[in-house]
Write a new protein. Sequence first.
Length: 500
Amino acid sequence: MSKKAISIMKKEWFVFVLAFIFALSGNCFFEREASAAARYLVVVQIKAGQTIAKEGVTIEVTGENSTTPKTATTNKNGFAIIRGLPKGTYTITPLKEGYAFSPSSKEITFTMRRINMVLFTSEAFSINESCLGCHGDPGIGMIVGAEAVPLYVDAEAYAQTAHGSQDCTTCHLGFTAQIPHNAQRTYGSWARFSLKNTDTTKSRNFYVVSAEACLACHTDEKYAAMPQSEHGTIKDMKYNADGSPRVEITITGSDGQDYHANENFDAADCERCHINTNCGTCHWKTKITQKQEGNVLDLWTNFDSDSDTAKGAMTEYGMDWTVNVASHEFRNKEELTASNEVCQACHIGYYQGDKSVPAIGLQGIGIRRHPQVQELALSAARGIHGTFTCAACHTDVHEMVYTNTEHGARTGGKTLCSNCHADKAITGPIHANVTCIACHDAELGVHLDGEKVYPMALKHNLEESWPSHNLTLEVNCEKCHFPGNTVGAPGQVTPIDIHP
């Protein structure tokens, strides 16, 4: 053996011994195995360039004679020791988010030599570059059930968006670098025409970014209130007024027949749409699709079976989030408030005509779904709120609860008729418990809900206080003022100016 080779061997042995001493002096964490056969150990060193300074790297050791992986964490000197390894072959893998290692893993075999030293070099990398290493492939996708879901992200398009400077993991919380990414899928994203199945391995109707991630950056109080708002909880879709779950009940009428009232909240069906609304439901720039083309207002007063079926299909909308994965675009405030396009995807429906059931004491007009946008169009045709978008009145969409709307309370809330019509505010005792919409609704009857008079619609054979947007200036006082009314109004109309 040449003198040069001997010199190199001595130098390597010296570095190894020195490294082992540094490792022991660094207070590294390691596991011991009690077995008498466990006589081997591995020393791992993580280097960055010419310096040794990679603290906090998890070292995972897997092998043929170890049923569960052993782990250790590098100390301040970049060393970790794993003791108690039986004789055999092992794979050593360093793991730390935001870093790449060379090699990515290394295999070692213990025979006669009881100590092995493994060297890795590390380099910080862009999380987005790592993600786009796979997701930058235009052909990448997955099959969920029988439906194809694209996973391609256009790096240039994403960089131009409002979130283009953010790491992927800023929004995609809890993701692991390895595949599968441990994405927590939540059923329901308004992909209405997807399979009705809460098993998110079979239906693409799910989302993986929660409001928690949005609120970490968007810290305004009004945004923080969204998860508890009407939009955030959809509580009145799921629960009765007393907080109990909606469940179909049977009522025996005065004619001896049984009638069904209320409805069962079936998660697989109803939560396609009536989810705990996420920020992305409105802000994610999705493709909005109508099940059947047409304007439901063209059939508004047609109540035959065929018209009802057609109106049902015309008022069924879906948002397909998968078409926007490539660009990751979001709708901002200006875009959302410029039209009712996004609001209409949820707030759409139709009237069903007279749905009275005298045998169980019901009298009134039936309403299907939530036709606020159609009602607003009807008002506009009468010269009321003609150029308004939803956001013109509803400035509190993030915080909105019914006690803050005209539907819930005429005074003390945020969305009030008197915000614009201050001269019409009722300050005296006359009609003090009557909401503005109870008088100015164009088609519905009224009822007493608590201590206030509201418009009333029939839904699932129940009386529902209705937040009417179908308004008229011509008030029909006789909707309340008739003998035997149930709202406590005098039976005769006495002409009086109620807006002094």
